[in-house]
Design a protein. Sequence first.
Length: 226
Amino acid sequence: MEIRTDCRFLRGYIPCEPHKLHNVHCSECSHYQVLAERILIIKLGAAGDVIRSTPILHPIKERMPNAHITWLTDFPDLVPSTVDSVIDYSPKNIAWLTAREFDIVYSLDKDKEAIAIAESVRAVSKYGFGMDRWGRCKVYNESAVAKYETGLFDDISKANTKSYPQEIFEICGFTFSQQEYILNPPKKRDWGVDHQRITIGLNTGCGGRWTARLWKDDHWISLATT
């Protein structure tokens, strides 16, 4: 029996979607989509940065429309559903990744767990950040140097005028042209909101790395009741 192992829909251990829906086998399947480049994106967090990284999918899909994309993240629900394989940071997924080989790795985090994975994974080309012999962050390509330096020196960070998406695009070798974020359709929930009135949402959370930006509850209450 013919099994097309380079098909986008093949899952390897359970029936694929075309077989389930149309009861077809590989040899007569009209839904066959051949895969080409194997791409890994490492962007674990924070949640807002994961969302702000989604525009890089535009140039990736434009240049490599048949690529198979894997995205490693701490926030899988925020990664667009158009990504072929979205996985969280867990032992079983790390074991799976480090046994694989990719054509391109885009490593966009400087944290130790992210750079360790980037260094461990086999790939033809790597962009962004990896791990040096001391276990600290290093850069894979020249266009990642600027982002590396903003994390080391406060004066360089304060002088930086580039947006986060612009920095990420440059690291990956792309040009940022105001490509939009890619968001999954929100789950429908009944919040009991009166849609006849203007509604303003307040994001009161803050990542553990940026606690200096966290407002006190009294300030939020004052703002909400003003």
